[in-house]
Every structure is written in structure tokens, then in C-alpha cells.
Design a protein around this ligand. Structure first.
Ligand SMILES: NC(=O)c1ccc[n+]([C@@H]2O[C@H](COP(=O)([O-])OP(=O)(O)OC[C@H]3O[C@@H](n4cnc5c(N)ncnc54)[C@H](OP(=O)(O)O)[C@@H]3O)[C@@H](O)[C@H]2O)c1
Length: 332
């Protein structure tokens, strides 16, 4: 390989996993506030599938290469970066560019690798921890002693949300699409897991909470789930929408929102400013990193694929059979 070039995964043309191919590109140049990372591993996300399908263009200024999170070694730092030096081992949240041997990242979106984690596990951390922290704890204001319903409990996001909510003293309910996935949610600390294909989660939550409902819902479905979520919320409850797998629209009776004084909110992470991401990173370092350090919470890795097997990795995510994160290991 030429010294200044690197192997990347490119989208040849929008479509299925076969759209992905390995090619060569120049190693990206760092801008002010950024570091260059030699990537050890990259986490896969549902957003990568949407981008591969041509339905989720990268935000302005972001790399067109897939990949929202990596682990690796800092290979260069911009002159104005003071908190990192060459050789530091980090995991980083990216706006794109992670499926490559090198990527750039804002220094403020890099976090030290928690002591116990290897490269693979560290690559499984950033996207889910940033997303869960900013939505469940910052927006949703989940507190010790409260209860939370996490939809898609066996997803990358769900497995982190169950563990973090439990670690901070909340009672956790989760939905998932099979008995095996429900069992995985229970093992991660959920008090009750609901197989949404066989059970009505509104009925289950009503029964499990003696009619009170839950304080917070992390929703990845939207659409027809919205009125059902509202039925599940307790007085002063908060619903945080982070994806719309069930569609953008629904017919909603707003009266319960007023009567129960509910808060309906949501967010996307990728398009947030570097400063907003830095604020989340600071909170994670303070509140979540000690739990990763002592093993109270751990990223759940479903499977690991080599760079050459990126199509297989995407097929695994497409299949929906995974529990936790699918990881891509980069060529050295
Ligand atoms: N807004 C943000 O900032 C942000 C950031 C990261 C991720 N996200 C979103 O969060 C979601 C999870 O992300 P991920 O990367 O962790 O994806 P993932 O691992 O692929 O998980 C998707 C999950 O959705 C579940 N699901 C599908 N239909 C469902 C239903 N009707 N009820 C309950 N669960 C259902 C699937 O479980 P079953 O197989 O059991 O159905 C699967 O576990 C994705 O939609 C992603 O786009 C949003």
C-alpha cells in the first residue's frame, strides 16, 4: 500500500450489501480541532444501512464513507488540539468515515478506551452510549427509582439502554421480537421483556405497573406506536423518539398529553454540532465511563467481520437476527 493511501469501504451505488466494495483513497487530512485515527475497528449502525440504500445522505462536510464510530490509535493531531497526543488509544463518535484504515474525528468526540475493553468492544461503545445518554438521561430525564420502557431492547441501542438505565437505578421494561431476544433483555437486567409479536405491550405495561405506566419511553418505531406509547406513560411521563422504523405519521389524540402532562421529544445525533457532542462526551466520561471501567456495563458484541467481509457484516445487520453490535475489524 502507498504510504499516503488507505483501504476504505465504498458504496459503489446505492443498494443492498453487494453495493459495498473495498477501494483505495488518500488518507484524510486533519482540520483545526481534529485528530487522525488509525482505525482498529468500526461499529455498524442501522443508519449505515439507510445510507447504503441511498436514504440517509451524510450531513454537509461529513465523509461519504460509512461509519459513525471507531476505536483506534491517534496518528496525528491538529496544532490546536491539546487533550490528545499521537499514540493515544481512543474510541470516537464520527459524522462518517469510519469504514476505513484511517479517519478524522473532532478531538472533542474522542474518549479514552475504558481500561477493560479491547479494540472490538471499544468500537461498539460510542454511537449507543452517546445516543442513550443524550436521549434517556439528558432529554428523558430518567431518574433513580423511575421506570423506563425500551423498544427494541436487543438492538445495539437497546442493549446499552437497558444496562445504563438499570445501573442508574431505574426499573426497566423492554420489547423485542422473539423469545431469545427477550431472554437477552432479561439477562441484561430488564425486569420484564415483552415479545411484541405475540403480546400487546400496552396491556403488559398496564399489568406490570398496576395501571400506573412508565416514566420514560425510548422509542425507535414511531408511527402506530405513538398513541400506544402515550397509553403506557405515567403522569408527567416523557417519550423520546429516536427513529421512525414504523413511519413518520399517525393519528394521535393529544388529550392524554395534556391530562397526564406528558413530554414528547426526540433527537438525532449525527447532525448535532461538535460542541453539543462534546457536552455529551463530557457527561459520559463523568457518569458512564466509571461503569465501563468497573464492568457494571459492557458493550454487547453480536459478531465481528473482517474488512473484506463487509458485505457479510451488512447482511447480518440486515437480517435483524443480531443481539447487540456488529463490528468490522480493519486491516492493519
Ligand atoms: N436518533 C438518533 O440519534 C439515533 C442514533 C442511533 C440509532 N438510532 C436508531 O435507533 C434504532 C436502533 O439502532 P441500532 O443501530 O441499535 O439498530 P439495530 O441493532 O439494527 O436494531 C433495530 C431493532 O429494531 C427492532 N424492532 C423492529 N421493529 C420493532 C418493533 N415493532 N418493536 C420493537 N422493536 C422493533 C429490532 O428488533 P426485532 O428483531 O426484535 O424486531 C432490532 O433490534 C435504529 O432505528 C436507529 O436508526 C437513532
Amino acid at each position: 500500500m502507498h504510504e499516503l493511501s488507505m483501504k476504505v469501504v465504498e458504496i459503489a451505488q446505492s443498494g443492498g450489501p453487494e453495493a459495498l466494495q473495498i477501494s483505495e483513497r488518500s488518507i484524510p487530512e486533519i482540520k483545526s480541532g481534529e485528530v487522525l485515527i488509525q482505525v482498529a475497528a468500526a461499529g455498524l449502525n442501522r443508519a449505515d444501512i439507510m445510507q447504503r440504500n441511498g436514504k440517509y445522505p451524510p450531513p454537509p462536510g461529513a465523509s461519504d464513507i460509512l461509519g459513525l464510530e471507531v476505536s483506534g490509535t491517534v496518528a496525528a493531531v491538529a496544532d490546536d488540539v491539546t487533550n490528545l497526543t499521537v499514540g493515544d488509544q481512543v474510541c470516537a463518535l464520527l459524522a462518517g468515515g469510519g469504514y476505513a484504515q484511517y479517519c478524522t474525528a473532532p478531538a472533542s468526540s474522542c474518549l479514552p478506551i475504558p481500561g477493560r475493553l479491547d479494540w472490538i468492544s471499544a468500537a461498539a461503545v460510542p454511537e449507543t452510549f452517546f445516543t442513550v445518554w443524550t436521549n434517556v438521561f439528558m432529554r428523558g430525564q430518567l431518574k433513580r427509582g423511575e421506570s423506563v420502557l425500551i423498544h427494541g431492547g436487543s438492538s445495539g441501542i437497546g442493549t446499552t439502554a437497558i444496562q445504563l438505565a438499570g445501573a442508574f437505578g431505574a426499573e426497566v421494561f423492554a420489547t423485542a421480537g422473539s423469545r431469545e431476544k427477550c431472554d437477552a433483555c432479561l439477562q441484561l437486567g430488564a425486569r420484564h421483556a415483552i415479545n411484541y409479536r405475540k403480546q400487546d405491550f400496552v396491556e403488559e405495561i398496564r399489568e406490570q405497573t398496576n395501571g400506573r405506566g412508565v416514566d420514560v419511553i425510548l422509542d425507535i418505531i414511531a408511527g402506530s406506536y405513538l398513541p400506544r406509547n402515550i397509553k403506557c406513560l405515567a403522569m408527567e411521563g416523557r417519550m423520546v423518539i429516536i427513529a421512525t422504523q414504523g413511519g413518520y405519521r399517525t393519528d394521535l389524540n393529544v388529550l392524554p398529553i395534556m391530562i397526564k402532562r406528558l413530554t414528547v421529544t426526540g433527537s438525532t445525533l449525527r447532525a448535532r454540532t461538535a460542541e453539543q457532542k462534546a457536552e455529551i462526551a463530557r457527561e459520559l466520561l463523568q457518569h458512564a465511563w466509571p461503569l465501563l471501567e468497573d464492568g457494571t456495563v459492557s458493550p454487547i458484541v453480536d459478531s465481528v467481520f473482517s474488512m473484506q467481509d463487509v458485505r457479510k457484516a451488512h447482511r447480518r445487520l440486515d437480517s435483524g437476527a443480531h443481539v447487540g453490535k456488529v463490528i468490522l475489524k480493519m486491516d492493519a
